[in-house]
Ligand binder design. Structure first.
Ligand SMILES: [Zn+2]
Length: 164
């Protein structure tokens, strides 16, 4: 499973993500899972015509019970169900392996299967039967990458110091 940086580097063989416009991220929520050392951010990104739920999950994240430099606080519950604060280390695009998901058709038809092959797809791969035989496949070499909504979510998370 690759890092976000490794996915970006390979993606450039097919499409340079620096051409992407930055779309508005309406909301995002954090799901921190210390048992599996994972942090998932779920965002809602405004596309041209509709909003898309967009997910990025970071693996091998370091957690802490104490506040530390470079860690993000999150609220959870203790054994008695009382709210307490815990902390996770800011995920790094160059370091933590990622899994990705967006509901848009670009993600589905270009990126879903290649990400699935390398273990970086959140959820299951949606199989489909190609309707055309006259046009070549979009991504025959199964190059990994991501859509403009995922790009926009990552930019918003960077601006909020939730990834680096
Ligand atoms: Zn998308």
């Amino acid at each position: 499973m690759p890092t976000f940086r490794e996915i970006t580097d390979e993606m450039k063989k097919l499409r340079d993500p620096s051409i992407y416009a930055n779309y508005q991220v309406r909301t995002f929520v954090t799901q921190a899972s210390p048992g599996t050392k994972q942090v998932m951010y779920k965002g809602t990104v405004q596309g041209e015509e509709m909003e898309y739920p967009v997910y990025v999950q970071f693996r091998q994240v370091e957690f802490s019970d104490e506040e530390k430099e470079g860690f993000v606080p999150y609220e959870t519950k203790d054994r008695e169900g009382n709210p307490i604060m815990k902390y996770y280390k800011i995920p790094e695009l160059d370091h933590n392996n990622v899994a990705l998901k967006c509901q848009c058709s670009d993600f589905r038809f270009f990126w879903e299967f290649p990400l699935y092959r390398v273990g970086s797809l959140i959820g299951s791969f949606r199989r489909y039967v190609r309707k055309t035989t006259t046009r070549p496949p979009k991504n025959p070499d199964n190059i990994v990458g991501y859509c403009k909504h995922l790009f926009s979510l990552i930019q918003a998370l960077k601006a909020s110091n939730l990834v680096k």
